[in-house]
Design a protein around this ligand. Sequence first.
Ligand code: TNX
Length: 516
Amino acid sequence: MTPLPLVPLPASVALHAAAAPFRLVAGEPVAGEADAAATWTRIVAEVTGSSAPEPASAGHPAPRIAFRLAHGGPPESSRIVVDAASVDVSAPDAAGLFYAAHTLGQLLRPDTDEDPERGAGTGTDTERDAGGLTLPPGVIEDAPRFGYRGVMLDVARHFAPVETVRAYIDRAAALKFNALHLHLTDDQGWRLQLRSRPLLTERASGTAVGGDAGGFYSTADFRDIVAYAASRHMTVVPEIDVPGHTHAVGLAYPELVEAPVLTDEIRAQGGVMPESGVPYEGIGVGFSSLRIGDEAVYDFLADVFGEIAGLTPGPYLHVGGDECHGTDPEDFAVFMARATRIVADLGRTPIAWHEAGSATIDDSTVGQYWGFTEPIDGADAAARAFVANGAQVILSPADAAYLDMKYDEGTALGLTWADGPTSVERAYSWEPVDVVDGIGEADILGVEAPLWTETVRSLDDIDTLAFPRIAAIAEIAWSPAAGRDWDSFRARVAGLGPLWDARGIAFFRSPEIAWA
Ligand code: TNX
C-alpha cells in the first residue's frame, strides 16, 4: 500500500483504514483559533488551485472542522482526530495548530468514491466537495524532537528579494521549520540597511557573485520579513559574519578592514583576486578580516548588533566567525570573545560557527557545527567547547545538510566541496547524536539546513537545490529517531510531488524518488 505522504513523519499515526473518510465541502466554516483556521483555508485553496479561498457559504450547519487551543502537551505539539463527521485539532499553542494544519494539508487527497449516488466531485453549489477532497480517518499525535529547526539563506552571495524570502518562509514553515537564518553579509555584499551605518548599503550592496545585480533590505523590508516569518511561526536569526567575510565592509569603511590576504584557496582559483576597495565578485573565502586590534571595530559591532537587536524580537543574533584563514588564532580568539559579549550584553543569545569554540567566547554562545558527519580537522573538538561552556549546538553537517551541494555530478547548480555531491539519501541518512562524540540529545538545540548561494540566482534555483533534500532535514529535525527509515522516507516524499506542484515549487525530480 502506498504510505501517506507525511513528511516530517509525525510522532504517532493511527489510521482507521476501514472507516469512512471525512469529505470536505467547499467553503465550509472552520471553528476555533483564527490563525490556524486561516492557514487551513489557505492550504485548501492551494490544493484545489483556486486563487482565493472559497467564502463560507450560507446554509452550512455547525462547523465540522475545529482548531482548538487546549492545555497539555509540549510546545508545538498537537493531536488530530479525523472521522467521517468531523476534524478535531487540539494543541497547547498556535504553532502546534499551524503544524497540524500542514499535516492535514499533506493528507488531502482526491475523492476516489465512485458511488454515483454521492456524485463525488460534482453536486450542487452548496453541497459540492472542495475539489472532491477527503481526509483519511484516524488519530495523529505529534511533537517535535528538536526545538530549533532551521533553514539558512545566504542573501549576500546573491541577493534574494523580499518576495523570494517570503516564498522560502512558506515552503520551510510547511515542513515545520521554525527558524530562518539570514546570512546578511559577506565579502560580496552587505544586504541590510542600518541607520547607524548607512554607508554599508550605500556603497557595498550593488553587486553579487559573477557581477550579478546586488540589492539590500531597507529596515522596512527587514521588518516585513520578520513579521511574515512570525506569521508562519518562524523566528529570524540575522547573521552578521565577522571578523572574516568582511571585504564588503571595506567598501564603506576602509579603515575597519585589513588588506586582503591571498590564501592558497584564492590563489588556486586563479583570475578573481580580491582588491581593497573594489567589489568582490568571486567565490573564494577566507581572505578578509576586520582590524582586530582597532577599537573602532568594536564600536562598529556595537552599532550594528545594537540596531539589529532593535529590528528583530528573536532570541538569537549570529556573529559568524567561520573561515578566518588569514587571521592569527590568538587575534581570532580575542575578537570572538568580544563579539559574543557584545551580543550577550544586548540580552540576546549569540550563535557562532563552530570555529569560535576555540576562543573564550561568552558562555551562552550556541555553536553551529558545519563539519562533516564524520568530523575531521578538529571540528568536533571545537563543537564540544560550546557544550563544555554549558551551551548547546546546532548541527549543519556540510556533507549532508548543505542544500547548496550538487545532487550528483550532473547537477547544473551547486558546489561539491563537501565530500562530493549530496544525494537525497545522503541528506537523509545521518543521525544528530552520532555526529560528534560527547554531544548527545540534550546538547543539541537543533538542526539547520544552510543554502549558500554562490550558484543560486532565483527562487527556482533555490527550489531545485532545496527540494527534496530540505524535506530530509525537516524529518531529522522533527521526527522521533526511532521511526526514521530511508525507504519509508522516499516512499512518503514521493507522494508530496502533487502538493509541491500545486504550490509552484520547482523541485528536483530526483531519480532516487519514485515520484507520484
Ligand atoms: C563554506 S560553511 C562557507 C561559506 C560558503 C559555503 C559554500 C561556512 C560556515 N562557510 O562561506 O558559502 O562553504 O558551500
